[in-house]
Design a protein around this ligand. Structure first.
Ligand SMILES: [Zn+2]
Length: 481
């Protein structure tokens, strides 16, 4: 069945779910819905890892495996207390090898094991629902065997030298993960997919599963075609999967709750000053996942570039030259995207005394955010387009002075919500090119506050599924939970 990944940083294709087989111990988490965890790992591996562990963050397990299962039960209890269903929800879960590099990792993948349509009480005819949701709505077990409803895999290699070294699983229950990856948040995310936070339509080809839409597709709307996904042609669906900021969720509960969760006002850059000339004006910027957030309190400073000897913008991947360091000190630094991570650039100009950094794109592309993390970066960082960077540099030249007549003001502007379109509908993740396992079945990364069901994990997630912290449960309610 469909799988959906949760990543740290951006990453390529990957995750396939293994076929389910029942074995190992079961744990039960009792609440408004009962969630049963089927541990599929072999002895000594994953959830059965016997490596001794010190209790941490409210998790009193004494081995790694035991702590992982305690965290899983904790997360299952959060979901169980939120959902209602007379039918137990069985999750087949294991740690396994998932896609990994030194700089990115697939943290987990999950999906429904089966999908159903036209079951008793089905709200929409000829429409696919996840197994667990079909059971809930039908108020009876669907299918013929005693099968699990959700498959979930978690990355067994996380934190090893070739798999995001320095970022191990944090198994505490208190979100105090520091630089590590919060396992409970990852569990909540993956369970969300398995419960139905996913389409069963192929977003890359637009092909519906067996010729029928998913309940997801009744609420997913492509602004360009002006249609819901269920009413689109395959080609229209495939195009809307790549439409960046034109794929939205129209479910009424998410739309109604969105103002209680997302921040109002979008970050922007206003350029002014005696030397601004025709570069004066307002520009969209992309926010960083690190550093100080852009706020309603304007940050004002003179723009100064870090430049190479040939006059091009510096990538600022290493400590700045003395001349560049002097130029950006006390000012808003302008640097170029490329070669190294965005947080490295921000740190380099911060170390030179800059009060903020504009990272100019090195290719012509729509505005997007700046990924990465570094808790030691405390200045704001934003992305500007290549055109904006070029326009600013044209006014700044390759000066090595310490001040300029070009003034940048960074602040939040307008009434639009971060992560919503101008009509107040939640943006769904629709990058170009397509990202298998991530596109379409997540909220967009522009959401602020950060949401649990974005494609990549954010460091500031709570363990809440509900308003005002999160929109995950509202979306699941839109589809019938
Ligand atoms: Zn995901």
């Amino acid at each position: 069945m469909s799988t959906n990944k949760f990543t740290r940083n951006k990453t390529a294709f990957g995750a396939l779910l293994l076929a389910a087989g029942l074995c190992g111990a079961s744990l039960q988490a009792q609440a408004a819905a009962t969630i049963v965890i089927n541990n599929l790992n072999a002895p000594g591996v994953g959830f059965n890892d016997t490596t001794p562990a010190t209790p941490i963050g409210g998790n009193n397990g004494t081995t790694i495996g035991e702590q992982r299962l305690i965290a899983f039960t904790y997360a299952a209890n959060i979901w169980g207390a939120t959902l209602t269903s007379t039918q137990p929800i069985v999750i087949n879960a294991q740690f396994s090898a998932l896609t990994c590099t030194a700089s990115s990792a697939v943290l987990g993948s999950a999906g429904a094991t089966s999908i159903f349509r036209n079951f008793p009480n089905a709200p929409k005819a000829n429409t696919w629902y996840s197994y667990a949701l079909a059971n809930k709505i039908a108020d009876a077990y669907q299918g013929t065997a005693n099968a699990a409803q959700i498959n979930a895999n978690f990355n067994v290699n996380l934190g090893k030298p070739d798999c995001l070294p320095g970022s191990a699983w944090y198994l505490g229950l208190d979100t105090n993960h520091g630089a590590n990856i919060d396992f409970v948040a990852t569990l909540l995310h993956e369970m969300g997919h398995g419960l139905g936070f996913q389409t069963f339509t192929n977003g890359q080809t637009g092909l519906q599963n067996g010729g029928f839409p998913a309940i997801w597709d009744h609420y997913l709307y492509g602004v360009t075609a002006g249609k819901l996904w269920k009413d689109m042609s395959n080609a229209e669906r495939a195009a809307s999967s790549l439409s960046i900021d034109k794929l939205v969720w129209t479910g009424p509960l998410v739309t109604a709750a969105l103002p209680s969760v997302l921040r109002q006002g979008l970050p922007g850059l206003v350029v002014s000053g005696s030397s601004a000339g025709d570069a004066a004006g307002s520009y969209a910027v992309g926010e960083a996942s690190f550093g100080a957030p852009i706020s309603n309190t304007p940050l004002v400073g003179k723009v100064m570039p870090a430049v190479e000897s040939n006059g091009t913008l510096s990538e600022a991947c290493t400590p700045l030259s003395p001349a560049n360091a002097l130029a950006v000190k006390g000012n808003v630094a302008l640097v170029r995207r490329g070669t190294c991570g965005f947080a490295i650039k921000a740190k380099a100009v911060q170390d030179a005394g800059a009060i903020a950094v504009l990272v100019a794109d090195n290719v012509v592309a729509p505005i997007s955010g700046l990924g990465g993390s570094d808790a030691s970066v405390i200045i704001p960082a934003v992305r500007v387009t290549k055109d904006t960077g070029d326009a600013l540099l044209a006014k700044l030249g390759k000066r090595t002075r310490t001040s300029s007549g070009v003034v940048a003001t960074l602040a939040l502007y307008g009434t639009q919500y971060a992560g919503a379109d101008a009509l107040g509908r939640a943006l769904m993740f629709a990058p170009n090119p397509y990202q298998g396992g991530s596109s379409v079945s997540h909220f967009d990364t522009s959401a602020s506050r950060n949401l649990l069901m974005e494609p990549a994990i954010s460091g500031d997630l709570t363990h809440s599924l509900v308003v005002p912290q999160d929109l995950t449960f509202k979306l699941l309610q839109d589809i019938g939970w």
